[in-house]
Structures are given as structure tokens and as C-alpha cells.
Design a protein around this ligand. Structure first.
Ligand code: HEM
Length: 517
């Protein structure tokens, strides 16, 4: 029989007391070890997600995902996980990424029972807005109020205003080319930004910001939005309790710098909204007029602060997304002379003869050009601007493949990986616009979701498509565009996946072939 030696136990008790009193770190260490041990036991034997494969770091801490965002490589890291582990992988202790067949309907479909997850709380201003609303009822109501601004007839009404901005860009680029004796060397990325910001400001406030005319990012508005979105994208993956602490993070100025930057955009949205509200007689179906007309559930108009918040959110969401896609398009096509010629032949056939100086292609024609459409689709497949999985939280049990996810699990479909499914898109890493023209593209279309899917999919999809097709048609009809550097484009992912530059040589059409170069 084991007998307790009173002298030995007194000694060990005294030893422990000495450790506790002389080494103040001992007790916290013991507590941490016990908690960690219990957590590991739970993770190994009781966690309902324990069978979903993934790296250990992602299984035990949400900060693995934060780190990938901070390193601007969330989508590529998750893509590597899918290549290693399969269609369903764990990207956080309570976070699953899925690219299996039918996943779009399961995660984002109207019967999915999901809603937006806590990631979106960081994008919520003082008042709820359509983009970040997590309450499905609020969202449905707001979406109903805003949808009239995006109907076919509303967009047709807006087209002349959009054309004015595209014409402005055409004049600005033409001036540059003429100043260079028929050739201009420029980074196209900021010009795509100027266009997109001027178009969206015109749509939202009835007046452009004037970026194209200025030719630079005055007030650093564009760069501030960009940096802040990068930071919020990473912050959204941090658990709620730790978010306020991030701006005190030592050794990494990224958080402090970007979280304390005040948004010039809020101030600008306030001024523009107030100015627009004064113009009661203005007869324009811009976004603000719909926001002003919208009613809450109780029949009252939307509060002033909600109108400003929605307006600001539309400017940031509807500009960078479009300009990044436009830049990717130019990046791809300027590297492929054969694709550029084919596009130009298509445009020359559609708009034959000499066009007037103020010519801008109409949506009615460019919307039906097969090769232009194929180029846009392939650009958005290979470089979806919104490349990351858009977080949803399960509202009921969800069966994904062999796994059953309980209620309250974060789940997303990474667009970057979905668009690279080899069984749907052969040679997935290559830019092959022709794949969209060869026969039945139904399977590809079902796995193509740059605007997301379901009730929370992009409200501005047709708006963006109109802007993109008109802008690229103008650009390639007027100019030959040649990539200035052969080096591979360096991509960096904040909230959007962007190239670091898009340096091109613009040549007035006709000159390159005449000179035989
Ligand atoms: C190429 C350009 C664009 C792309 C790739 C794009 C992509 C997306 C995606 C992926 C979402 C879903 C976001 C999520 O679930 O978190 C979204 C939502 C949204 N987009 Fe776009 N977008 C583009 C342009 C625009 C434009 C030009 C506007 C406005 C004029 C706009 C307005 C919105 C709105 C309001 C939502 C929120 C919809 C809701 O929650 O009901 N987008 N967009």
C-alpha cells in the first residue's frame, strides 16, 4: 500500500510555496499550461471540426489567418492549403474554407441559412450599411430600397454621365500621347483609379471628384482608402476582443498607422451629400436621390447619417474594385499582341468608319462583343479583384462533403481557388480568353463568381460591367497598348488583389503598324 510520508509532503508543499513567492511568474505559467493542456485535449477529442484538415497553427489560433492577411497573401496561402489538403480545409479554429462542387449555393445561396460573419464588423461605420449588415432582415430591406438605382433603365439613364468621364480619360490620355509625339509611357493603374473614382462620384453625388482633370490623387484620398482597406481586411480576422488592442501592436507600424488615419472619404461624403441635398430641383436619378427617397420600416426617411455612410461605402466599394479589374485587363492584353489585335478587329468591325472626336462606345454595342466579353471574363477569373473567401457564419447545421459543420462556424469559398479548379478550367493558371468562346461554357459559368453569389452578391455588377466594357473598348479602339516591362506582375492582396504597377506604352492607333514597329 502506498503511504503518504508527512515529512516529504511538507517539503514538497514548502518547495511549491517557495516557487510561488520567490518566482511570481510561476503561478501564471502553471495556469497557462493547464489551460493549454485542456484546450489541446478539447481540440483533439471534442472539437466538432477536429477532422477537417489544415495546418496546426490554423487549427489552434485565428492569428494564422491574420498573419497571411498582414503579409498580403491570404488567397495564395489558402490556395496552397487546398492544393495540399483538398476541397475542405481549416483556416482557423472555427473557420472553414471550401471549394467543393456546389459550394457557392451551399454557402451563399438563399437557402443556405448563413449570414455575414464578424469579419464585417470592422467595415461597419456608426450606423449599419448594406455592405456590412449582418442582420439578414435589415439587409433585405436596404437592398430593396437601393435596387431601383441599378435597374436596366436606371443604368441606361446614367450611361451619358459615365460616357462623359470616359471621354475625359480619352482626352487626358490623348494629350499625353500627343505631348510625347504620338507615344506615351505611363503607369495605367492610377489612371484606372481616377476614372473609377470620378465615375462613382458622379453616380453617387451627381458630380465627379475631378481626378482625371487633376491627373493626381489630391488629398491622398485614393491611397488612404487603399491602405485602410488593407488594414481592415487583416483586422477583420482578429477576434473581437483583440481588435482594439491592435493599434498598440509593437514592432509593426502597419496597424497603428492605418487604424488611426482619419477617413477623408467620410468628410468628403458629408460635404457632397449636404450640397446635393440643397439642390432639391435637380432631376437626376443618382444614388443619393434613391437614398433620399428610401424609407425605413416605420415609413420614415433614412437618417442623414445613414445616407452619408451608404454614400461613402459606395464610393470605396464601387471604385477600387472596378479600377483594379480594369488594370488587370490592360496588364493581360498589353502582354498579348495577338489578343489585342483580335479585340481591335472586333471593335473596328463594330464601330466602322471615322468616329467623331467626342466618340465613346455605347454599352448597347460593346455589351454584345464576344471577344471583349471573353477577355473580361478571363481577366476576372484569373485575377478576381475580390479573391478571398467572403466570410459567412452558419445559422444551422451544414453538411459539406463528409463534414458536418454545426451552427456558428465561419465558412467561405475562396474565389481565387474556385476559379482555378482544374476539372472546370483546364490549364487554370494560364490566361486563355478563348476558353469562353469554345462551345458550352455552362460549367465554367457555374464556377465563376467574381461578383460573389446569392442574396449578398454585388449590387453594382451591371454598373461595373458597363463601365469596364466601355472603358476598354475606348482604350483599345484609340490606342495600341504595349506592356513596358516583361517582368511578371507582382500581386499584393489587401481587401482587393492588385498589381503593384501597370507600366505601358500608349501609341495612337495606326502609328505602330505604319512605322512597321
Ligand atoms: C469589377 C467591379 C466589382 C467587383 C469585382 C465587385 C465585387 C463584389 C463582391 C464580390 C461583393 C460581395 C461582397 C461580400 O459578400 O462581402 C460585392 C458587393 C457589393 N458591391 Fe460590388 N463589385 C464591383 C463593383 C461594384 C460597383 C461599381 C458598385 C456600385 C456602383 C458595387 C456595389 C456593391 C454593393 C452595394 C455590394 C453589397 C451588396 C449586398 O450586400 O447586398 N460593386 N461586390
Amino acid at each position: 500500500m502506498f503511504e503518504l510520508d508527512p515529512q516529504a509532503s511538507a517539503l514538497s508543499l514548502r518547495g511549491t510555496m517557495t516557487l510561488l513567492t520567490e518566482y511570481s511568474w510561476f503561478l501564471p505559467l502553471v495556469v497557462v499550461l493547464i489551460v493549454a493542456g485542456l484546450y489541446l485535449l478539447w481540440a483533439c477529442f471534442l472539437d466538432p471540426l477536429r477532422n477537417v484538415p489544415g495546418p496546426l497553427a490554423a487549427r489552434v489560433t485565428p492569428f494564422w489567418l491574420t498573419l497571411q492577411c498582414r503579409l498580403f497573401r491570404r488567397s495564395t496561402s489558402i490556395h496552397e492549403l487546398h492544393q495540399k489538403y483538398g476541397d475542405v480545409v481549416r483556416i482557423g479554429p472555427n473557420n472553414i474554407s471550401v471549394v467543393s462542387k456546389g459550394c457557392l449555393q451551399q454557402v451563399y445561396g438563399s437557402n443556405s441559412g448563413t449570414s455575414k460573419g464578424p469579419f464585417y464588423d470592422v467595415f461597419r461605420p456608426q450606423v449599419p450599411i448594406i455592405f456590412s449588415a449582418r442582420d439578414n432582415f435589415f439587409h433585405a430591406r436596404r437592398r430593396k430600397d437601393l435596387t431601383p438605382a441599378f435597374t436596366k433603365s436606371a443604368l441606361r439613364g446614367f450611361e451619358p454621365y459615365m460616357s462623359t468621364q470616359i471621354l475625359n480619360l480619352k482626352y487626358a490620355l490623348t494629350r499625353k500621347v500627343e505631348a510625347g509625339g504620338g507615344v506615351a509611357f505611363l503607369n495605367f493603374a492610377p489612371w484606372a483609379n481616377y476614372l473609377a473614382f470620378d465615375v462613382i462620384a458622379n453616380f453617387v453625388f451627381g458630380e465627379s471628384f475631378g481626378f482625371i482633370d487633376a491627373g493626381y490623387d489630391f488629398h491622398n484620398l485614393i491611397s488612404t482608402i487603399d491602405l485602410r482597406m488593407q488594414c481592415l481586411n487583416a483586422l477583420g480576422t482578429v477576434p473581437g476582443w483583440a481588435r482594439p488592442l491592435m493599434k498598440w501592436m509593437p514592432f509593426d507600424g502597419f496597424w497603428r498607422q492605418n487604424l488611426t488615419t482619419t477617413m477623408n472619404l467620410q468628410a468628403l461624403a458629408r460635404t457632397s451629400t449636404e450640397a446635393r441635398k440643397q439642390q432639391s430641383g435637380v432631376d437626376r436619378d443618382d444614388m443619393l436621390s434613391f437614398l433620399i427617397k428610401a424609407k425605413q420600416e416605420n415609413g420614415m426617411p433614412l437618417p442623414h447619417e445613414s445616407i452619408i455612410a451608404e454614400a461613402a461605402s459606395f464610393v470605396s466599394g464601387g471604385s477600387d474594385s472596378t479600377s483594379t479589374t480594369l488594370t488587370h485587363f490592360v496588364d493581360f492584353v498589353s502582354r498579348r499582341p495577338d489578343a489585342m489585335r483580335r479585340l481591335q478587329d472586333e471593335l473596328d468591325a463594330a464601330f466602322s468608319g471615322t468616329q467623331p472626336l467626342d466618340w465613346v462606345p455605347s454599352e448597347e454595342i460593346v455589351g454584345n462583343l464576344p471577344f471583349l466579353t471573353a477577355l473580361l471574363k478571363e481577366t476576372m477569373r484569373l485575377r478576381p479583384t475580390s479573391a478571398a473567401g467572403l466570410e459567412r457564419i452558419t445559422g444551422k447545421e451544414m453538411k459539406i462533403g463528409e463534414y458536418v459543420l454545426p451552427r456558428g462556424v465561419l465558412v467561405s469559398v475562396p474565389t481565387y481557388t474556385l476559379h482555378r479548379r482544374e476539372d472546370v478550367f483546364p490549364n487554370p493558371d494560364q490566361f486563355i480568353p478563348e476558353r469562353w468562346l469554345a462551345g458550352d461554357s455552362a460549367a465554367m459559368t457555374a464556377s465563376w463568381a467574381p461578383f460573389s453569389y446569392g442574396t449578398r452578391s454585388c449590387l453594382g455588377k451591371h454598373f461595373a460591367w458597363m463601365e469596364l466594357s466601355k472603358a476598354v473598348a475606348m482604350l483599345f479602339k484609340e490606342f495600341d497598348v504595349v506592356r513596358a516591362s516583361e517582368a511578371e506582375t507582382v500581386l499584393q492582396e489587401g481587401f482587393f488583389m492588385k498589381g503593384s504597377e501597370c507600366n505601358v506604352i500608349l501609341i495612337k492607333r495606326g502609328q505602330m503598324r505604319q512605322s512597321g514597329s
